[in-house]
Write a protein that binds this ligand. Structure first.
Ligand SMILES: Cc1cc2nc3c(=O)[nH]c(=O)nc-3n(C[C@H](O)[C@H](O)[C@H](O)COP(=O)(O)O)c2cc1C
Length: 356
């Protein structure tokens, strides 16, 4: 075998991206501890495979808030996709439509929702809410009109986590066309347009009522918060530390996931992201009770390498690896994965005692 494609994409993307762009995509907040340890947390889990199972044709598909997907993997929202490739979100959407996956479009996207809607991709809007909630209404309405199927409320960013940049940052001299194509031009001048510092459970209900769409809460790391979100009407909880770009040295999403799944039960779907880099990671995520996982940076590397075709290759690589990992784990479908991970090497916690 030659080098694994997924292992080489960041290094290859680094060769083709301007240094500032690569740094912006790769960086974590502050000391970069959470960003650096995310993938290792998945590597800290061990599988107890089943044998004597019929794994002729593993079923990889699942459903995410009623949307059928062909594998338990979605594309996480990331800002500045058009700096990775001129087609940006449009390239991701086309690859996602072809593969039967799902993408979450950042509210900062440089592509209009209407253009994304024309691709036929299943997509959700990611939103931050402003201090004056009513200012968000036009953006939400545009997303609904263009066919968004859910709204992902990111709750881990009351302020943007500090990054240390040596020299100029990507924001200096940035082409404004790369960013925020779905906002009114005068948005930033409106009083109350800054990020809300007072988000609360009522905002979940507010979004649901204004859009008629299910609300996913992204950036949850505690079971008590997950329960509060569900009580407030969240349809899904997204376990995330923003790829280590907000508070540094948070618990890893791998460590947080099992207790959140237990606390939510069947009341909501649970997703996870952060360092998901292989088909085996998808088996592990579903084994710990997630409905699906999301990837952020790998999409940016794939986009940088070959636009739509890079993202298609990314999805195909995950599909091939997931098929092999399920066969070797003795899982005929994703419903067979719970129980495959008896313990976390990282934490020493016996996961068999947890109802997943
Ligand atoms: C360059 C970059 C930009 C991001 N922009 C957003 C964003 O606009 N909204 C958001 O909710 N999350 C954003 N995220 C976080 C991702 O959605 C996701 O949580 C994270 O990247 C997952 O970790 P991974 O990159 O290790 O897969 C961003 C992440 C990166 C790397």
């Amino acid at each position: 075998m030659t080098e694994r494609w997924l292992d080489s994409i960041e290094a290859r993307a680094r060769d083709v991206l301007p240094e500032l762009v690569h740094r912006y995509f790769a960086q974590g907040a502050r000391g970069g501890v959470s960003a650096a340890e995310a993938a290792a947390a998945w590597e800290g889990l061990r599988v107890a495979p089943r044998v004597l199972q019929d794994v002729t044709d593993p079923v990889l598909g699942t459903s995410m808030l009623g949307t059928a997907v062909t594998l338990p993997l979605g594309m996480a929202p990331t800002t500045l996709q058009r700096m990775a490739h001129p087609d940006g979100e449009l390239a991701v959407a086309r690859a996602v439509a072809e593969a039967g996956s799902l993408m979450v479009v950042s509210s900062n996207a440089g592509t209009t929702f209407a253009e994304i809607g024309t691709t036929g991709a299943a997509w959700w809007l990611q939103a931050y809410l402003p201090q004056d909630r009513s200012i968000a209404e036009p953006l939400l309405a545009r997303a609904v009109e263009a066919g968004a199927r859910a709204v992902v409320l990111t709750v881990d960013t009351p302020v943007v986590g500090t990054k240390y940049d040596d020299g100029p940052t990507i924001w200096e001299g940035l082409d404004p066309g790369m960013l925020r194509a779905n906002f009114d031009p005068a948005y930033d001048d409106l009083p109350g347009s800054g990020k809300a510092l007072d988000l609360g459970p009522a905002d979940i209900d507010w979004i649901q009522k204004h859009t008629g769409l299910p609300v996913v809460v992204k950036g949850v790391l505690r079971p008590d918060d997950a329960r509060r979100c569900v009580q407030a009407g969240a349809a899904a909880i997204w376990v995330s530390n923003h790829g280590g770009r907000q508070l540094d040295r948070t618990v890893s999403t791998v460590a947080a996931l099992p207790d959140i799944v237990s606390s939510v039960g069947r009341a909501a779907e649970v997703y996870v992201d952060g360092g998901v880099r292989s088909g085996l990671d998808l088996v592990l995520a579903t084994a710990l009770g997630a409905t699906a996982a999301f990837v952020g940076r790998p999409v940016l590397w794939a986009l940088a390498l070959d636009g739509q075709f890079g993202v298609a290759t990314l999805l195909e690589s995950f599909r091939t690896e997931l098929t092999e990992a399920m066969r070797l784990s003795g899982a005929a479908s994703l419903a067979d994965t719970p129980g495959l991970v008896p313990m976390s090497v990282q934490t020493g916690v016996d996961l068999r005692k947890r109802p997943v």
